[in-house]
Design a protein around this ligand. Structure first.
Ligand SMILES: [Zn+2]
Length: 350
């Protein structure tokens, strides 16, 4: 442990300069190994079947920091390895794993259809998913009559999506790749937390959306990670993180609700709303297999965490939604994640 927990490191969420050490690289690595051992034991699965549950693409060695200004949690940016995003291009997935995930994801999206429909999944809608992974959301949306297109770096996952009939661009997200198309919804599920310039992606999403179009982001909740590490007994905190895709916190940035709200509003969106959720995955399998299997108890804990002065629901993950203003702001192209610091309280509606 460092003797001085205050670290000079620029926050990727708000650009502030000072952070506090939340978890050292060594401890984070130990959390990651502990999670892998626990879930291997509980789920009786091979490591290939624990991909993105306990085995992560971006588990590079780095301290975990908390921004002193916006309370977002992030991996030390100075520890980011060269070619970090290239890891996604060659990301390998076991076919049996993808088949299992496919079934669970489609069923999960279907269960949540009323909420999804309220955020753009409906017949005739044009939907863009940034980070479409193996295409389950695209095909689910297509089944409901939407015209869905995905963007993803991963060649194996995108090939799987195409085999199921999805349309996927295998390249970095580029606002110019859509030939003047406008969308009714842009969804970014379990991907936003790894983007190197999230402010620009939001501006580009605003540019691609029809006026009043929906933005949906599913991403880890910094409040919960802080709660688990600072307010819970160590073993309980570790278990809570391990059971919710957060063991070892292999995400570049886990945003606080108000930091993400500020980024979103700075990009020209309005009506920001936040919904807490337990997992990134819509599949139900993870729920019954988590270390704390008694779900009412976990939910009570999340409510407790939310009540303890946290800005927004302190569930492990959050769905944050917004709609595009009538017209994008003039000159907004120059705003980036580094400069999108907005003063004053962000408005969060629950
Ligand atoms: Zn910050």
């Amino acid at each position: 442990m460092r003797s001085d927990p205050h670290v000079e490191s620029r926050c990727p969420a708000c650009g502030a300069r000072w952070a506090t050490l939340l978890r050292s690289a060594e401890d984070l690595l130990a959390d990651s190994r502990w999670t892998r051992d626990l879930l291997t034991d509980r789920l009786s699965d091979e490591p290939v079947m624990l991909k993105d549950t306990a085995v992560f693409t971006q588990d590079y060695r780095a301290d975990l920091l908390v921004c002193r200004a916006c309370q977002s949690v992030f991996r030390d940016p100075s520890a980011v390895p060269a070619g970090r995003m290239d890891r996604y291009v060659t990301d390998h997935y076991d076919p049996a794993y993808l088949d299992r995930m496919w079934v669970g994801f489609i069923a999960g999206y279907q269960r949540d259809h009323p909420w999804n429909a309220a955020h753009g999944v409906r017949a005739g809608a044009r939907i863009l998913e940034i980070g479409s992974w193996f295409g389950a959301f695209l095909i689910y949306a297509t089944h409901h009559g939407a015209h869905a297109i995905g963007v993803d770096l991963g060649t194996e996952a995108a090939a799987y999506a195409r085999r199921h009939g999805a349309t996927v661009i295998t390249a970095p997200f580029d606002v110019n790749a859509f030939d003047g198309q406008r969308f009714h919804a842009v969804w970014i599920l379990n991907c936003f937390e790894q983007l190197s310039d999230p402010g620009q992606v939001l501006l580009d999403a605003a540019r691609l959306l029809e006026p009043g179009g929906h933005l949906v982001i599913r991403t880890p909740n910094a409040a919960f990670i802080r709660f688990a590490y600072t307010r819970c007994p160590p073993t309980l905190g570790r278990r809570l993180l391990a059971g919710t895709n957060l063991g070892g916190v292999a995400y570049a940035v886990s945003y606080s609700t108000h930091a993400l709200t500020r980024l979103i509003t700075a990009a020209g969106f309005t009506g920001v709303a936040v919904r807490g959720r337990e997992h990134a995955s819509p599949a139900r399998r993870a729920f019954t297999s988590t270390p704390l299997a008694w779900q009412p108890g976990r939910r009570a804990l999340y409510r407790l965490a939310s009540a303890r002065g946290m800005a927004g629901p302190a569930w492990p993950w959050m769905d944050i939604t917004a709609t595009r203003h009538a017209e994008p702001r003039q000159g907004s192209d120059s705003v980036t994640s580094q400069s999108a610091r907005v003063t004053g309280a962000a408005y969060v509606r629950f």
